[in-house]
Design a protein around this ligand. Structure first.
Ligand code: DQA
Length: 150
């Protein structure tokens, strides 16, 4: 069975393309999804994609990963910096995930430099715009392969 990867997107990412393009670029979320799906296809992984503006829905989406997804690529957007509930859900399900951001959060305002998720992630990719998702997916797939090959 091909590995199953979920890509979870948090609040305001539905506005990509029109939202602060100087920070987040001009690609829409649908375009980011299409590019990521293209890479998933060549990597031979199955991709599930979702976006929500609601913290509880993101928590539920993470809870539902259990037993279903081999890994996840997560852009929790602003919840990255604020949500213990998202962190707790990730700790509960123990599905390996890569944290991704379009912008380099470590070069932005102090409140964005802190992630409540990064220390429990396999890794973090930030600052490459839409390519962060592709890079995150590649990193995750490599991690899963090396883990299974051990
Ligand atoms: C973001 C960075 C967050 O600080 C911000 O709240 C977002 C998007 C990014 O992808 O660069 O909404 O996660």
């Amino acid at each position: 069975m091909p590995p199953h990867i979920a890509v979870l997107n948090g609040p305001n990412l539905n506005l990509l393309g029109e939202r602060e393009p100087e920070v987040y670029g001009r690609a829409t979320l649908a375009e980011v999804e299409a590019r990521t799906r293209e890479r998933a296809r060549t990597l031979g992984v199955e991709l599930e994609w979702c976006q929500t503006n609601h913290e509880g829905e993101l928590v539920e989406a993470i809870q539902q990963l259990s037993g279903k997804a081999d890994g996840a690529v997560i852009n929790a957007a602003a919840f990255t910096h604020t949500s213990l509930a998202v962190r707790d859900a990730l700790l509960a399900v123990r599905v390996p995930f890569v944290e991704v951001h379009l912008s380099n959060i470590f070069g932005r305002e102090p409140e964005r430099r802190r992630s409540l998720l990064a220390d429990v992630a396999v890794g973090v990719v930030a600052g490459f715009g839409a390519e962060s998702y592709r890079l995150g997916l590649e990193g995750l797939v490599g991690y899963l392969q090396s883990r299974h090959g051990r």
